[in-house]
Design a protein. Sequence first.
Length: 67
Amino acid sequence: MAWTETELAALKAAYAAGTTVVQFDGKRLEYDSEAGLLRRIRTIESEIAAQGGTGKARVGYATFSRD
């Protein structure tokens, strides 16, 4: 399914507000719990990243020691 940034932003705003009701593009969705809403956010984020060819950011840390 094609997700939009608008939908993702609405989901994140609802989660941040502590509500499980999301409205966007004339649609109204109600999730059973905040955990369910968070799962949907993570699913959409991973699918958008896969479509864009980008994965999760990788971070590396350099180390240095004086012997």
